[in-house]
Write a protein that binds this ligand. Structure first.
Ligand code: 8IG
Length: 272
């Protein structure tokens, strides 16, 4: 049976198998913090500490190679200055890849099975607030899941009040008091929104629009992890800015903001 079949038979057993593989190959019995790197955040792991092992995503049970240019397909074990073990997932599976929600949250469940008690989710997204220029990092305070999907199956009634830890958001603001916060709406993608959809998102309370994070956060909470989310506004959402969106713009905004957000993320992780 292939690992993909295994994922579709028993996602939690697949996560356990991935965690066992990670522990074996990284020679780290238990990790503390999981970090998912989204668009623009690829370099952020380098400042967090010393990389002690690098695995390629496709070798780990149940993982897939990333589908997007600008995303890094590795899983790294990083040792921080104060001795924490971070598991850095550079390879997110997006819902729009059509591999199913189990595949989307497999890395989250694997990280939890590998011992992680904190989950740090990063992404690149569109901003609805024109005070947030491309390159602005924003704390996620809550989300709106517009995918019409859930990573949970059956009668699994998980409370999502304070899903995005107010404790860790407070630590982040100690690092950078200028950080704003907003509500992230997860659309399915892979197309960007129409201007009308962006206005709809705004009216229902969203500040940020993207194609990830919400489903992962739910799986993280379900697995018992403390969840922190931070977005990099890489573009103004459709219709907010007069210019059309381009994936190239997204990559360039990420590259320009890279050093600042890398430092920010490393400083937040040091405070956990
Ligand atoms: I980077 O404007 C990035 N990801 N849905 N909308 C959505 N996802 C995004 C956007 C955006 N920018």
């Amino acid at each position: 049976m292939s690992t993909t079949d295994f994922l579709n038979t028993d996602p939690f057993a697949a996560a356990r198998a991935a965690a066992d593989y990670i522990a074996e190959e990284t020679a780290v019995d238990s990790h503390d913090v999981a970090l998912v790197l989204g668009s623009g955040w690829g370099a952020a792991a380098d400042l967090i500490g010393e990389t002690t092992a690098t695995l390629s995503a496709e070798e780990v049970p149940g993982f897939h190679a990333p589908a997007v240019e600008g995303h890094v397909g590795t899983i790294r074990s990083v040792l921080t200055a104060d001795g924490k073990r971070a598991l850095v997932l550079g390879a997110r599976t997006h819902y729009y890849e059509g591999k199913g929600v189990r595949a989307v949250v497999h890395g989250i469940r694997a990280a939890a099975a590998a011992g992680c008690t904190t989950l740090v989710l990063t992404n690149g997204c569109g901003g609805l607030n024109d005070n947030w220029a491309p390159g602005t990092p924003v704390l996620i305070k809550d989300h709106i899941n517009l995918t019409a999907a859930s990573p949970l199956e059956g009668a699994t009634f998980v409370d999502l009040t304070d899903l995005y830890s107010s404790r860790i958001r407070g630590l982040a603001r100690e690092v950078d008091p200028t950080l704003g916060e907003g509500v992230y709406a997860q659309f399915t993608g892979p197309h960007y929104e129409t201007p009308a959809e962006v206005q709809y998102a705004k009216r229902i309370g969203a500040d940020l629009v993207g194609m990830s994070t919400a489903l992962e956060a739910i799986a993280g909470r379900h697995a018992g992890m403390e969840v922190f989310g931070i977005s990099l506004v890489t573009n103004l959402a459709a219709g907010i800015s007069p210019v059309p969106l381009s994936h190239q713009e997204v990559i360039e905004a990420g590259q320009a903001a890279g050093p600042r957000i890398s430092r920010l993320l490393a400083d937040i992780i040091a405070k956990l």
